[in-house]
Every structure is written in C-alpha cells, then in structure tokens.
Design a protein around this ligand. Structure first.
Ligand code: MTE
Ligand code: HPA
Ligand code: MOS
Length: 750
C-alpha cells in the first residue's frame, strides 16, 4: 500500500537536477517566433491615435496585432467583461494594447519603440477609498445575515469598531507566465501553457480566434508555481501566442520577464473593512457587523468569488449569533486582482482575528481565552452564519492540544515579564485558529474526470484535469491509482494534463484538485479492478499483475476506463433580498488548524523577528505526509510574507514601484521562525478520498498568528486601548505605531 506513505514528489529528482521541463525549457522549434506585447504606461487613458505601421516595417518583425485582428475580444472567468487588447480606453497600467511577433528580442524591442500611441490621460481610481467616493464597483454588494445585529449591539456590554486594512500580495511564482503555440492542420492549434486551468485557456482561445473548442488542445506539464496567479491570468499570454500561430502558421512562444509579470498581472486583493463587534463582559461575541471592501481592479476576473469566500470566512472559527456581513468589490484602475492561495479566506479571517485580539486588549484578558470561548462547539453553537453546520469539529481539540504542546500559559507569563523589563525590545504571542471551507464556492466547478489506461505489459497511465504546480497532486493521484488497482507504484505514470483527455476540467484550485481528480481516478480504477477480479475468478490461481492483465486482454475485457466525480451535498444560494443574503452548504468539509507564534520587535527600528511558531492542523489522514508537510511549511511561510514584509508600493499615478525582489521582500531562509514545529492530529475525514483533507491553501492562513503576535506586542505600549495595526506589519508600520503610542503615552503622562 502506498497511501499514507512518504512517496517522493514525482518531480523531486527532476527539480533538483534541473531536468524538469517548463514551457521556456522546451527546445526551440523550427520557424518559432518570439511573442511579446506593448502595454499601457497609464492607468487610465483614452487612445487618441495608434500607428503600428512603423513597427511592421522593422526587419525581423513578423506580425503586429491589435484587437481588430481578433474574432472576439472579451474574456473573463466569471463575467466576460475584459478585453484582451485595449480598444479605445485603457483601464489599468500594464493592459496589453499591441501583440508583436518577431524573430529576435532586438526586433521586439525595436518594434515596441516604433509603435506610436497618443494617449489622452484620464484621472485613475487607485484606492478603495477613491472607488467608494466615486461609486465605482464591480457588481452589487452581497450579504450574509443572521439574527438581529442592531438589537444585539444595543444589549451588548461593550462595542468596539474600526477599520482594518490588509494589503495585496504578488504571487512571486518562480516561473513567469508562459505559453507556446504550434499550428496544426486545418486551423487546429496545440498550446503548451503554464496554467492552472487548461480548459479555460482552450475555451478562450477558441472563442477569441473563432475556432471550435475541439480544434484547440491545451497541455500543461507543470508550473513553476501558480499560487492562484495562473488560475485566470495564464489565459492572456496563451491567447496571444495562439493568435500569432493562427495568423502566421508558425510556432510562437511568450515568456514574461519577472518585472513585466509583476507590473501587468493582478495580485491578491487588498481589502479595507469596517467592523463593529458587540460582546459581553466575559468576552463572548454577541454581534458582528463587517463591511468588506476589496480592490477588484479594472475588470471582474475572479473577484466576486474571492469576495464570496472572504464573506464565508469572516466569522472564521467562531460562533457568532448575530451577524451582518456585506461584501463589495471596488472597481479601480489597477490590474484585475485575482485568485491567490486562500482566495479571500485570508482577508476574511484576518479581519475577525484582528477583532478578537482587540476584544482581548479592550478587556485586558488573554486572547487565547477569548478565542477558545467563542470557538465553534456543540449544538446550537455549531452553525455558520450561512446555515452550514460545522461537522466533525476538531477546533476545540486543536486549541487545547496546541496550547498544551507549545506551553502557551508559561510563555505568555514570560512575554509579560520580558516586556515589563526590556526598554529596547517588545515580545508578542498569539494563538489563533483557522477554519477553511473546502469546495469551489461555485457549485458546478466541483466535478472532475480521469482516464486510466492499462497497457499489455501491465504498466498504467492516468490522466486527469489536475495540473501540477509543485503541490504534489500528481504524486497523490499516483498513490491512489496504485492502491486501488493493486499495482506497484513504479508501474503507474501520471500523464501530461491535456484537454484532449480530460475535457471541461475545472481549474486546479480551491485546494480541491487531489480531492476531485483523485476521486475520479479512484472511480475509474475501482471499475477496472472489479473487471480484473472477475477475470481472476474465472481463471483461478494466483497470477501476477502482469499475467492478470494479459488474461483480461485475451478474454477481450476492456483495460481502459474513464472515471468521474461530482462533490455530493454541496449547495449555495444568493438571495437577491438583502434581508438574509447567501446561505446553504457551500463546503463539503472544513480543513482546520491552530497556530501559535511569538515575535520579537526592536522598539527603536521596528525590526521584527519570528522567534517561534507552532502549527497544529486537522488535515485528515494525509495521502502523502511528506508532501503535506511541505504544503504546511511552504504555505505558512508564504503567509508570513503576506502579513509581514510583502508590501506593494505604487506611485501616485499607479505605477508599481516594488516590481522585483530588490524592492519586494518575500521571506527568505533567515525569516523562517527560529523554532518551527509543524504537525497534525490523527483524525480521519469520513467524507473525502482515503480519509484525507485538502491542504493546499489553509496553511497560508495559519501565519495570521504572526500578525496577531505583532499586534499583541503593540498592546504593551498602547496604554490600555486596543493597538491598531495594518497588515502587512512591516518594520516601518511597526515603528510608526510604536512611535505614535509612545508619544501618546508621554503626552498622557506629561
Ligand atoms: N504549492 C506549491 N508548491 N505551488 C503552488 O503553486 N498553489 C496553492 C497550493 N499549494 C501552490 C501550492 C494553491 S493556490 C492551491 S489552490 C493548491 O495548491 C492547488 O492544488 P491542490 O488542489 O492540489 O491542493
Ligand atoms: N477557489 C478557487 N477558485 C475558485 C473558487 C474558489 O473557491 N470559486 C471559483 N473559482
Ligand atoms: Mo488557489 S488560489 O485556489 O489557485
């Protein structure tokens, strides 16, 4: 049996030897062209005139294309509101205007310089506040409501309120956006794409170029990281190379350089949220009103779904009887913001964790006790604001067990003593929780298919719609196939992901790829195994796997099967009436966890170091513990980047200043907590394949404990009022808050 074993990642050897192939590693094809695009340097402008003729005349330039060369010019994963190429108005800085195909980089550069564009620069909307002031939104506000918040506020012992801002985040995948298109016969195209969503790439290419989907094959071998950034935005470069291949009948490749990638692609949504929380003297939440505002950028992209996830995670691990959540996506002149590991969940969870930290500081109580007291429990304290019952709830256990394991009480005492003593440094400690809903929050996306072929020699190929981006989905599928068929792992190959074999697949996203595609593969393998068992019964004896396959073949028994899986039970309704809003059972189950982090801050520079983090999760029974450990560690560190150092800075005209690793600080090896314990509890998940749970996104949210620890540290200088802190808690942000509170303290004392 291979399930539950640390089978090495299927790319492990390839990655360390450099033999894994990415789109840009594929050998250059005969007659291949380089593709690039000219993008707007302005965030908002009308195009007064556009002259591409001088570029066409340059030697080595093979093609220059504008929107007029496309059959259709609208795309988007939810609303098709985004033009691939600008028509008359530029809506964000980085928006593509002209596609260029050439024999060399020099010719591309010369062509870009030769294109003449006159812009009529317009005033851009660059922040959530500006968008609200200008009434600029993408769609209507949505609601999730329960109980009577106003009555609960009126009768609450205490009410606190404020605004909580959290910043965006660049995906910083190591492989930039990339695609390679090859023309086939009679208009057919094959496109290799670094995408989480081959089917969407196929569909959009077909639509924009006027082809049938059946004429377009999209293949994804692997990505050098996706993190959500290639769920919707890998489509644009793929359509550009497909356009060139169609027009010129030559292979065409695009690979963004890092700086351009950071300039032109959307990121994690920044949010600016108003909150008002009512609670008892003991710190029990009785009412929560949250108005979530996200910066959706210039077009819808996945913003409505990201907002829906933020809304269904705004209560996180806590039972709150009266809730009023409103979600509004702002339309700005920023690149369309998009999926990013957690998909709005982190922004919702950080908001309520901030509230709980403030309640504790307001009451002068230990935040752990406040969180533990509000945590989801038994009936009636087990129903979410959107009516889903929290089943198999391990949160109370995770709280208690982690507090024990990491010696929370003693360390909290030590932190208090340290802060009373030290004149130069501050420590903070926080133990926070996460409950993350598993399933796409769009019902129809929760389906997958798999194709399993057994060959004459007993070797097996499996193909699914899942794409490998480092998370190990291929390895897990391989283990599931080997065990279900009863064949050696070495005999199972996971094939390149191709729309030719897995039609109409959903994106590899929502942490559900192993759940959905693994279940589909198991479905196919179970049927194959049943047929082989019949053969075995007929022939008797004790044949080897290879002999059994041969017997089946000679008996003319089919050795290929297609599996399918559709997630049971899930349902969701948005009521148009603002009284109740969204409700249902959007998630098959929840992945849960607790994390405790301790930070040390220099009072004079704001420099913060994470001294220790302990993470304890309920990830079911892992299919591959080693791979899952990698997800827990990697996700946590990526989350640490979001809550501490990764700050996106723009000029007043919307130009991204932090567009390379010199100015945009992702965590490095020195930032990893000095003590870092990562573990999970034994707890089988009864509703998912092999008792496992999805693990891709949830660990990122565990890093909110680091941010809460920073906020806790600030409470020691905030003179009895809840300390305010933006997210990310950069060194500058911490220094500003410390300075502000220290001055205020001095003024009060004076
Ligand atoms: N892990 C690695 N190494 N690279 C990635 O790009 N993406 C994350 C997560 N883990 C990612 C990753 C995101 S955003 C998601 S949704 C899941 O992997 C998707 O894969 P899964 O559904 O197989 O977990
Ligand atoms: N996660 C990722 N992608 C999605 C989702 C989700 O919940 N819903 C629709 N697309
Ligand atoms: Mo992940 S943000 O669902 O690609």
């Amino acid at each position: 049996m291979y399930i539950g074993k640390d089978v090495p990642h299927d790319s492990a050897l390839g990655h360390v030897t450099g033999r894994s192939l990415y789109v840009d590693d594929m050998p250059r094809l005969a007659h291949e062209l380089i593709v690039d695009f000219l993008w707007s340097p302005h965030a908002h402008a009308t195009i007064l005139s556009l002259d591409v003729e001088p570029a066409r005349a340059i030697e080595g330039v093979a093609g220059v294309y504008t929107y007029r060369d496309l059959r259709h010019n609208r795309l988007g994963p939810i609303d098709q509101d985004e033009p691939l190429l600008v028509e008359d108005t530029v809506m964000f800085r980085g928006q593509p205007i002209v596609v260029i195909a050439a024999e060399s980089r020099e010719a591309i550069r010369a062509a870009k310089a030769a294109i003449r564009i006159e812009y009529g620069v317009l005033r851009p909307i660059l922040t959530i506040e500006d968008a609200i002031a200008a009434n600029s939104y993408l769609g209507e506000s949505r609601f999730i409501r329960r109980g009577d918040v106003d009555a609960a506020f009126a009768s609450a012992d205490h009410v606190i309120e404020g605004i909580f801002e959290n910043g965006g985040q660049d995906h910083f995948y190591l492989e930039s956006q990339a695609a390679l298109a090859t023309p086939g016969e009679l208009g057919a195209l094959t496109v290799l794409s670094s995408t989480q969503h081959p089917t969407e790439v196929q569909e959009v290419i077909a639509h924009l170029l006027g082809l049938d989907m059946s004429q377009v094959v999209v293949q994804t071998k692997r990505m050098g990281g996706g993190f959500g950034g290639k769920e919707a935005q890998a489509t644009h470069p793929a359509v550009m190379v497909a356009l060139v291949a169609q027009k010129l009948g030559r292979p065409a490749r695009i690979v963004y350089d890092k700086d351009s990638d950071m300039h032109v692609t959307g990121k994690r949504h920044p949010f600016r949220n108003r909150y008002r929380a009512g609670f008892t003297r003991a710190g029990e939440l009785v009412a929560l009103r949250v108005e979530l505002y996200s910066d959706g950028g210039a077009y819808a992209d996945l913003s409505p779904a990201v907002m829906a996830r933020a809304m269904t995670h705004a209560e996180n691990a806590y039972f709150i009887p009266n809730v009023d959540i409103r979600g509004t996506v702002c339309r700005t002149n920023m690149p369309p913001n998009t999926a990013f590991r957690g998909f709005g969940g982190p922004q919702g969870v950080a908001t309520i964790e901030n509230v709980l930290e403030e309640i504790a500081q307001f009451l002068g109580k230990d935040a752990y006790d406040i969180r533990r007291a509000n945590c989801y429990g038994d009936e009636p304290r087990n129903t979410t604001p959107y009516c889903q019952v929290v089943e198999n709830n391990t949160l109370p256990r995770l709280f208690t067990e982690l507090a024990d394991r990491c010696d929370y009480r003693a360390r909290m005492k030590a932190v208090r003593a340290f802060n009373a003593e030290s004149k130069t440094q501050l420590k903070g400690l926080a133990l926070t929780a996460v409950k993350f809903g598993i399933s796409f929050n769009t019902k129809f996306l929760n389906q997958a298919s798999a194709l399993v072929n057994i060959y004459l020699d007993g070797s097996v190929q499996v193909s699914t719609g899942a794409t490998e981006m480092g998370q190990g989905v291929n390895t897990k599928i391989r283990q599931l196939v080997a065990d279900t068929l009863g064949v050696q792992l070495e005999r199972v190959q996971v094939m390149v992901t191709s729309t030719e074999k897995s039609n109409n697949a959903s994106a590899t996203a929502a942490s559900s790829a192993a759940d959905l595609n693994g279940s589909a593969a198991v479905d196919a393998c179970s049927r194959l195994r049943a047929r082989l068992d019949e053969v075995l019964e007929r022939h008797g004896g004790n044949p080897s796997w290879e002999e059994l396959v041969m017997l089946a073949y000679h008996d003319r028994v089919s050795l290929g099967e297609r599996g399918f899986y559709a997630t049971p039970r899930i349902d969701w309704t948005w009521l148009s009436s603002a009284n109740t809003g969204g409700y249902g059972h959007p998630f098959l189950y929840f992945t849960m966890g607790t994390a405790c982090s301790e930070v040390l801050i220099d009072r004079f520079t704001g420099t913060m170091k994470v001294l220790r983090s302990d993470v304890l999760m309920d990830i079911g029974r892992p299919i591959n513990p080693g791979v899952d450990r990698g997800q827990l560690v990697g996700g946590f560190i990526q989350g640490m980047g979001w809550v501490t150092t990764e700050e996106l800075r723009y000029t007043e005209s919307g130009e991204l200043l932090s567009h390379s690793p010199t100015t945009y600080k992702i965590p490095n090896v020195h930032d990893v907590p000095e003590v870092f314990n990562v573990d999970w509890i034994e707890h089988e998940n009864p509703v998912n394949v092999a008792g496992s749970k999805a693990v891709g996104e949830p660990p990122l949210l565990m890093a909110i404990s680091v941010w809460c620890a920073a906020k806790h540290a600030l409470s020691f200088v905030a003179n009895g009022t809840p300390a305010r802190l933006r997210l990310p808690a950069t060194n500058e942000e911490l220094l500003m808050r410390i300075t502000e509170y220290t001055k205020r303290g001095a003024a009060v004392a004076g």
